[in-house]
Design a protein around this ligand. Structure first.
Ligand SMILES: Nc1ncnc2c1ncn2[C@@H]1O[C@H](COP(=O)(O)OP(=O)(O)OP(=O)(O)O)[C@@H](O)[C@H]1O
Ligand SMILES: [Mg+2]
Length: 299
């Protein structure tokens, strides 16, 4: 679906992106992860031609993006900017209507689509007449997402979509986002510097450093088969938590026949805080779960 081939971008004498290549399959969620200044935003912007690479090519569905009119190209690519990027002198309603207006949508259709997205994104319709500065950070972030989704583009680029939020709000918005039907079928490239966020939201993670890709792979691959010391070191601080959250019960417990999406972390949480959604008693103890997990890691 999206293919980046040997992208290089220099600013003056410094190289922001140094010969990177990756592919994203249709419906996949690829995370660009790395510390500040490693080239994540530059990479993202070369996909929708907000930045032109010095060399290398991006293809979408096999067609080089530099063979397409930038305006036409961007109609098929939603873009959520780092720090939401809403226009301060436009109301929320005006902000989210920008692209549909360019596409000559009827006002009634714009209103209908906006109402639909506001409901899905848990936004009070009354906010539509306010200006971005009157909204909380979380609301601005949701409006930024609504704007990018208005014309239902098949591809979505998100640059630190939760960057401006405090940790608790971040975690809850992240959960909501993963359940959002509007996002499920889309091909998404999302930038973050938050490891937990990357592991929670990514089908695959592209870990960058100093303009180069250190490793691309599933969360499990980065954890258990790190390509080099940089990758291992990057995850070390949170290794235990990341492992518990990315290993599935089905891979750890012999004969397990329950919900396939449950992780060791989910089951631990259940055992330590039994509540309404505790699965039918299976006699599993926390000790047995930890032993099974340790045995899995040894394999
Ligand atoms: N327009 C520009 N002019 C000059 N240098 C730039 C420009 N844009 C980016 N850079 C430099 O390129 C490098 C990569 O920047 P980029 O914005 O891609 O990083 P990033 O990974 O998105 O960082 P952050 O997490 O802080 O947003 C940085 O060293 C930055 O200073
Ligand atoms: Mg950036």
């Amino acid at each position: 679906m999206i293919k980046a081939e040997n992208l290089i971008k220099k600013f003056g004498t410094s190289t922001a992106v140094n010969n990177i290549s990756f592919e994203v399959k249709e419906g996949e969620n690829l995370i660009l992860l790395g510390t500040s200044g490693c080239g994540k935003t530059t990479t993202l912007r070369m996909i929708n031609r907000l930045i032109e690479p010095d060399s290398g090519t991006v293809y979408i569905n096999g067609i080089a993006v530099n063979k397409q009119q930038p305006e036409m190209l961007r109609r098929g690519i939603g873009y959520v900017l780092q720090n939401h990027g809403l226009f301060p002198h436009y109301t929320v309603a005006e902000n989210i209507a920008i692209v549909p207006r360019l596409l000559k949508w009827k006002s009634a259709d714009i209103t209908k689509r906006a109402d639909e997205l506001f409901e899905k994104l848990n936004l009070n319709p009354a906010l539509k007449n306010q200006y971005p500065a009157d909204l909380s950070g979380g609301q601005q972030q949701r409006v930024g997402l609504a704007r990018s989704l208005m014309v239902n583009p098949p591809v979505l680029l998100m640059d630190e979509p939760f960057g401006a939020l405090d940790n608790l709000t971040r975690i809850s918005i992240r959960k909501e986002f993963r359940r959002l039907d509007e996002l499920v079928k889309k091909t998404i490239i999302m930038v973050t510097h938050d490891v937990q966020e990357a592991f929670e939201m990514g089908d695959r993670i592209c870990l960058m450093d100093k303009g180069e890709i250190q490793q691309i792979g599933t969360p499990e691959e980065l954890l258990f088969q790190p390509a080099n010391n940089f990758v291992a070191g990057f995850l070390n601080d949170q290794r235990m938590l990341l492992e518990l959250k990315s290993v599935f019960l089905i891979d750890v417990l012999p004969g397990y026949s329950g919900e396939s999406s449950l992780t060791v972390w989910d089951r631990m949480d259940n055992l330590l805080h039994p509540g309404n959604n505790t699965p039918a008693a299976d006699q599993l103890t926390i000790d047995q779960l930890m032993s099974a997990f340790a045995a899995y890691k040894k394999r």
